[in-house]
Design a protein around this ligand. Structure first.
Ligand SMILES: *[C@@H]1O[C@H](CO)[C@@H](O)[C@H](O)[C@H]1NC(C)=O
Ligand SMILES: *[C@@H]1O[C@H](CO)[C@@H](O)[C@H](O)[C@H]1NC(C)=O
Length: 267
């Protein structure tokens, strides 16, 4: 658990997060598989449906203004974190993330009352590349530098729980995804930061070697930052997708399962 005293701020500026109200899908697109909550095999159907969604999101859906998920471009990530083992003031610019196109959906469940989604996925290999500007401490090592960098987490499994509300538009029911909570594990991490200590070569090499040799504690110390980054990216994607894709296309009997309280309010 993150230390209570730990001050932690993260700002992500990404093209996928800003919401425009475009045309939504009024007929079911071919990449959508419809499942029924009343089907005893709903979870099996739902896993396949979410897999098809990820596969379609890989190259992007320009018809509803969605950028590709692979490669994912993020103009800027700013990280400010004081106290604790990680003490970082960093910026990552012109970030390119590759690998989410190979996302494998392990399971998908939807709560019958709240419609919260619980999804487990595995991504074999992710590569994050960009330009960093860093001043701070990781594992108590002071780090200063700016230059090109890359990070490569392998065998990442991600548990995603999303908070969902339903709303009506025209004759459709839509999912309003209001929050995303993420827990992840990785099987390995390789990284490289060029020009550490402004290019004092011996220090640059030895520090990179040290961080790679200690990838487990390094990745643990970055967990709050990484979790928040993944949550923000996923939330942006899910909001954009589900404001543009009627829930009825995903869950055929979504209306029948509507909690009675909400129906009373609406009628
Ligand atoms: C990936 O990680 C999971 C547990 O998180 C493990 O069960 C699985 O064997 C790993 N797969 C590979 C290819 O390393
Ligand atoms: C979605 O939920 C948020 C937070 O509760 C709310 O502010 C927003 O108006 C909702 N959007 C729609 C379209 O219902």
């Amino acid at each position: 658990m993150p230390n209570q005293n730990m001050q932690f701020k993260l700002f992500i500026v990404t093209l996928v997060l800003h919401c425009t109200t475009g045309e939504y899908f009024k007929t079911k697109p071919s990449f959508v598989k419809t499942c029924f909550k009343s089907d005893p095999d709903f979870d099996v159907c739902s896993r396949q449906a979410v897999q098809q969604l990820f596969d379609a999101l890989g190259p992007g859906l320009p018809e509803i203004g969605m950028e590709p998920l692979d490669p994912l471009k993020i103009p800027k990530i700013r990280i400010l974190q004081g106290e604790g083992p990680v003490n970082v003031n960093a910026a990552l610019d012109d970030v390119t993330v590759t690998g989410f196109g190979k996302t494998e959906v392990l399971s998908s469940q939807v709560d019958g009352k709240t419609y919260d989604f619980h999804t487990k996925v595995r991504v074999p290999k992710i590569r994050i590349e960009g330009t960093y500007d860093l001043k701070g401490k990781i594992l108590l090592i002071p780090l200063v530098g700016r230059g090109l960098c890359w990070f490569e987490p392998t065998n990442m499994t991600i548990d995603i729980i999303s908070d969902t509300k339903l709303y009506n538009k025209d004759d459709f029911v839509f999912f309003n995804v209001t929050g995303a909570h993420v827990k992840y594990n990785i099987g390995g991490l390789k990284l490289r930061m060029n020009n550490l200590f402004d290019g004092i070569e011996s220090l640059e090499e030895s520090t990179n070697a040290y961080l790679n040799a200690n990838w487990r504690p390094v990745s643990e110390s970055l967990r709050p930052i990484l979790s928040k980054t993944i949550e923000d990216i996923l939330l942006g994607f899910m909001q954009r997708l589900f404001h543009n894709l009627p829930g009825d296309f995903m869950i055929g009997d979504v209306k029948n399962n509507w909690p009675s309280k909400k129906i009373e309010k609406k009628v």
